[in-house]
Design a protein around this ligand. Structure first.
Ligand SMILES: NC(=O)c1ccc[n+]([C@@H]2O[C@H](COP(=O)([O-])OP(=O)(O)OC[C@H]3O[C@@H](n4cnc5c(N)ncnc54)[C@H](OP(=O)(O)O)[C@@H]3O)[C@@H](O)[C@H]2O)c1
Length: 291
């Protein structure tokens, strides 16, 4: 069975990947915390704790021990969490390059996640279906700049520019987690903020497909679902989750970071679930607790 090692296993994406992939693949996770922090409500996969990947040789030692066929990198310094410039570049730009080299040395495939934030999102009628791989990235913040520098597209390396929503294990910084924390309040939703990400459950299903059915796919790809405004997405979560939150549309803010994934869909045959399905997936994800 294919051995898959997930780095950043306690993150929003990492833990959902571990939950979803472990039914079908031989899954191990690496986490920065001690191994016994792994939630008891998640599948009891092989956990390597205390893995700070910024420590020199940490990745090599980890790969020597785990001997993965595929490494899925869910480690990142995301923009919702405060970060120093040095940390952002070390984690988002330099670490993926180091991991890709370590994967090559160990004969493992490297799967990595970049972001729609490598683009500014400045609205223009010229971009009818969103950004394609042919558009020149123009990031406007530290997160986007650092993630762009970490994109790896050589042989054996697959980088997906994408985005996702889902449950976190700790914290309330993701869109869904922030929304769930607004019970009893009034919030505004941006009609002009256009989004084409996934649920973390749908992304995990896609990663499984890429491992099992597209073992040779490499390069940098745009991977997106049908576009939706942030207002419509919040509204779906509130309606389908019967959340006690008053949502008002706001048309002041405009940002169009839709990604056009025509190329990816043609090559892989992938079709994303509907937003109704993906919202239901987010609503049905349990919130796990650290042990
Ligand atoms: N969230 C999105 O919408 C989105 C969109 C596009 C791309 N991405 C990318 O997808 C990846 C996963 O995102 P996410 O939202 O799941 O992030 P997340 O919830 O913040 O998880 C990131 C994980 O990285 C771990 N980590 C950070 N520095 C580390 C280090 N030096 N050594 C070992 N582990 C370290 C963290 O460990 P601790 O638990 O110990 O802090 C955390 O578990 C990131 O690369 C992100 O840039 C995310």
């Amino acid at each position: 069975m294919t051995r898959v090692l997930i780095l950043g296993g306690l993150g929003m994406l990492g833990h959902e990947l571990a939950r979803t992939l472990s039914d079908h693949l031989d899954v191990g996770v690496a986490i920065r915390r001690p191994a016994d922090a792994w939630p008891s409500s998640l599948p009891q996969v092989a956990v390597t704790g205390g893995t700070d990947l910024l420590i020199p040789d940490a990745a090599s030692r980890l790969f020597d021990a785990a001997r993965p066929d595929v490494v899925v990198n869910c480690v990142g310094a995301i923009k919702q969490k405060s970060m120093a410039e040095l940390d952002a570049f070390a984690i988002n730009a330099e670490l993926p390059r180091l991991l890709a080299r370590a994967c090559a040395a160990h004969g493992a495939r490297f799967i990595h996640f970049s972001t729609d934030c490598v683009f500014s999102g400045a609205p223009t009628p010229a971009r009818a279906l969103g950004y394609t791989e042919q558009h020149t990235p123009d990031p406007v913040d530290l997160y986007g700049r650092s993630k762009l520098r970490g994109e790896i597209g050589g042989s054996g390396c697959l980088t997906m520019r994408t985005s996702f929503i889902g449950r976190e294990i700790e914290g309330h910084v993701s869109l869904a987690e922030w929304l769930f924390a607004q019970a009893g309040k009034s919030i505004r939703g941006y009609r002009g903020a256009l989004y084409s990400g996934f649920s973390t459950t749908a992304m995990a299903a896609l990663v499984r497909e890429l491992i099992q059915r597209h073992p040779d796919l490499s390069g940098i790809w745009h991977v997106s679902a049908e576009a939706i405004s942030k207002y419509d997405l919040l509204n779906l979560l509130i309606q389908r989750g019967r959340l006690d939150i008053a949502l008002t549309p706001d048309s002041d803010f405009q940002c169009d970071r839709r990604l056009d994934s025509t190329r990816f869909r043609q090559v892989t045959g992938w079709t994303s679930p509907s937003w109704e399905e993906m919202v239901d997936q987010v609503l049905s994800q349990p919130r796990h607790s650290l042990k």
